[in-house]
Design a protein around this ligand. Structure first.
Ligand code: GLU
Length: 273
């Protein structure tokens, strides 16, 4: 175990005991440590480049963290792939998840959600020269890619029975497969797809079909039953929307991809159960 992990373990113990982080040895600045799960490979939403973390989800997480009393330097960013999000929360490896995480009834059996803070919709990403795919109805005989543990994979299996679906661990793996002709389309949220389509390295090669067929309500994942934390986060989301920070974050992170939020945005958070 290296020093960092010992520090993290000490922080986890002091949190578990309900002690403040003051006097712990993990940095010595007396801050409130927060472990936040994000995506590391979704440009515009959650992206890690070296030690830089950018994206709309990252900005939402930073805003909430500040309202919860955590300085930016006291946030520990942890990769939260789609299929691992519930487990990361259930085992306390993260305190909250802001990672294009749709609120669903089946996930609510294991974890809690604040929000929603954004409404997205499932869509399709195809090669720029492909006019044969216009929506879920035109996927017969096509090779489709999505991610294990996502609502995207589940929905497409339900809506297009018998679809030829390849499931990877991350969406960036699907993008590589699409560009190299190993699959014909990638399906997930329009936000995520817009981010990939606008990346310099794929300029002119990819396009979003632009006909969303689900409603994805992005929530902030927290431990199940933590109503107090849920209320605090909902309050932070309302403030982020009312003081203009939400608009700024959308523009700064998704504007370059030409993405504008669809109907229902910005949303009003659900009541905390
Ligand atoms: N929002 C969908 C979900 O939570 C798809 C995006 C993702 O996998 O992060 O499953």
């Amino acid at each position: 175990m290296n020093i960092r992990r010992i520090g993290a373990a000490a922080a986890a113990v002091s949190l578990a005991l309900g002690l403040s982080a003051c006097g712990s040895d993990d940095g010595g600045d007396g801050g409130n440590q927060l472990k936040v799960g994000i995506k590391f490979d979704q440009p515009g939403l959650g992206l890690k480049e070296g030690n830089e973390y950018t994206g709309f989800d990252v900005d939402v997480a930073r805003y909430i963290a500040e309202k919860l009393g955590t300085a930016e330097d006291d946030i520990e960013w942890i990769q939260a792939p789609s299929a691992q999000r519930e487990t990361l929360l259930e085992t306390g490896q993260v305190d909250m998840i802001v990672a294009t995480y749709s609120i669903t009834d089946s996930r609510k059996e294991k974890v809690g959600f604040a929000g929603p803070y954004f409404i997205a919709g499932q869509d399709l990403l195809v090669r720029a020269d492909d006019d044969s795919i216009t929506g879920p109805d035109s996927l017969d005989g096509k090779r489709l890619c999505s991610v294990t543990g996502s609502t995207s994979a589940q929905t497409v299996k339900e809506q297009v029975p018998g679809v030829n679906l390849q499931e990877f661990g991350t969406y960036s793996e699907c993008v590589s497969a699409l560009v190299s002709n190993a699959v014909d389309a990638l399906t997930t949220d329009d936000t995520i797809l817009a981010g990939y389509a606008s990346q310099d390295q794929y300029q002119g090669q990819l396009k979003v079909v632009g006909a969303p067929f689900t409603e994805e309500r992005y929530g902030v994942g927290i431990a199940k039953g933590d109503t107090e934390k849920c209320e605090q986060i909902n309050e932070a989301i309302r403030e982020m929307i009312s003081d203009g920070s939400w608009d700024t974050a959308v523009e700064e992170n998704l504007g370059a991809a030409g993405f504008t939020p669809g109907e229902g945005n910005p949303p009003e958070p659900d009541a905390c159960a």
